[in-house]
Every structure is written in C-alpha cells, then in structure tokens.
Design a protein around this ligand. Structure first.
Ligand SMILES: [Zn+2]
Ligand SMILES: [Zn+2]
Length: 274
C-alpha cells in the first residue's frame, strides 16, 4: 500500500514560511491499497489539498470512501468543510470512528455542529455527497476488498483510537494523539507489533513532555521506544508541535535517526510505499 501525508502538524495549522518543509496542515493521510482502493485517515486541514488532488490522482472510487478518525479534536476534523469531493453528489463517504468507551456526542452531531451557521456558512446536510457516519464496536474486520482493520483505544483526553491496517503481508499502524502514562503503554506496543510502518505521535521533545502531562501526546523518544519494542521496520514521527519550525524538526530528525535508523519525520507531500 502507499501512504501520502497531506497533514502532519498537530493542534493548529501553521502557515509560516519556516514551516513549509514539514508542512503546516493538521492530520490527514491518504492510503492507496494495492487493490487500487483508497481510504483517508483523519480530516485535519490537510484534507483540503487532498480534495483538490482527487482529479490529478484520477480517483474514480465513487461507491464508498472510508474516512477513519483517530478522534474528533479540532485538528482532526477541521478540514472537512473544505473537502471539495464532499460537495459532489456522485460521491459516497463513510466517516467512521471506533466506538469503544465513547459516550460523548454522536459523530454526525459533531460534524454538523462544526458546520452550524455560528461557525460556517454551509451546513453539513447541504454539502451534497452521501455521508454515512459509522461508530463501530467491531474490533477486527476484513473489508470486502481484503483489507483487515483492527482499531484500538489509547490514552488521550476524551480518548483516541489507533488503526492497524493489513493488506496481504503489509501492515500499517496509525497511532496518533497518544500519551504514555507511567512508562511505555504495552497495549500500544502490542498493537504496533511487527508493523512495516508505524505512524506515531511525536509532538514533544522529552524535556517539553515533562511540562505537558495530561495533554495527550508523546515525545519522539517514546515513539522510538514503541517502535523498537514492537519491532517495526519504519517509524514516521507525526503530529509535530506548532512551535517546532523546520530547523528545529530537522535537528530532531537527525537525533531520531541516530537512535533508530528506520525513523523519519512525516512531511507534508511525502508519499511512500509501505
Ligand atoms: Zn491532534
Ligand atoms: Zn487530540
């Protein structure tokens, strides 16, 4: 499968010129499976550019496109009102989140609320595409196209969810907005076990993390620890802090690669074969 990073930033978009190398848009990833079908993970502001790229990428998948969400904090849903394909009446999307332990608002309400007229001129039901909202409790399922999906809840204020996607012999694990409390969470390590690519939250430096307890994020050092314990081949450090400009992130990347050669920092526009 192929992974294209459209948004790698955490918390808030940062459009400044010294942020362009790693990108200023918030979380959004396009996955293109070997069978030709696509799925999207998170709908941060990166999904706007992805929408414009639908034509260039000749995405003909009209029947159903999955948009899987880690959770519904702003930086993971904020781009959706600007996602052009959702205004195309020919398109169908299933916007989904794993439900385990979730007792807050339902997903459709959350999307409708961010587009109510106090915040946005066009309401959700006027977008045009068919939007299905799916809050599943299924812990392990294989889609008709042959892709196996395992979701897992992890620690984050309000909860967040990781996704383990396997197509044939290839496994991608997406695990962002995760805080390890009292040492590396063994559940996250088991979830990422032997993945070909792990995309893991790395918002803070180890020093910054000391002052950000309870904020729901990891340090790059913890992300590497997870990757090494889980025996993953490659690690994409993800959800960069809005305070970290390109120069800073380049220095972090060097340090990460010194510790774990399979590590790199996710960059907006980067596309890799897993
Ligand atoms: Zn986030
Ligand atoms: Zn969050």
């Amino acid at each position: 499968m192929k992974v294209a990073f459209y948004g790698t930033r955490g918390s808030i978009p940062v459009p400044e010129s010294d942020y362009v190398q790693f990108g200023g848009n918030t979380s959004c990833i396009l996955i293109t499976f070997k069978n030709g079908r696509i799925a999207i993970l998170d709908a941060g502001t990166g999904i706007r550019k992805l929408g414009y790229d639908f034509t260039a990428r000749s995405i003909e998948q009209y029947d159903n496109i999955f948009v899987g969400l880690s959770h519904t904090h702003w930086d993971h849903i904020h781009g959706f009102p600007f996602f052009k394909p959702a205004y195309d009446p020919r398109r169908h999307f299933t916007i989904s989140i794993y439900q385990e332990g979730r007792n807050t608002n339902n997903l459709e309400n959350i999307f409708a609320t961010q587009m109510q007229h106090d915040y946005f001129p066009v309401s959700l039901d006027k977008m045009g595409a068919t939007l299905n909202f799916w809050q599943t409790d299924i812990t392990n399922f294989t889609a008709p196209s042959g892709v196996n999906v395992i979701p897992s809840k992890h620690n984050h204020p309000g909860d967040a969810y990781g996704y383990r996607l396997t197509e044939g012999k290839t496994t991608l694990v997406y695990c962002t907005d995760v805080e390890h409390v009292g040492g590396i969470d063994p559940k996250v390590v088991a979830f990422a076990s032997n993945a070909d690519l792990l995309i893991h939250d790395a918002q803070y430096t180890p020093e910054e993390l000391k002052d950000k307890k309870g904020w729901g994020h990891s340090s790059w050092e913890q992300a590497i620890e997870v990757a090494m314990q889980a025996g993953v081949k490659k690690l994409a450090l993800f959800h960069h802090d809005p305070e970290h400009n390109d120069t800073f992130l380049l220095s972090i990347e060097k340090e990460c690669q010194r510790v774990f050669s399979g590590a790199f920092l996710a960059r907006e526009g980067l596309e890799i074969e897993v």
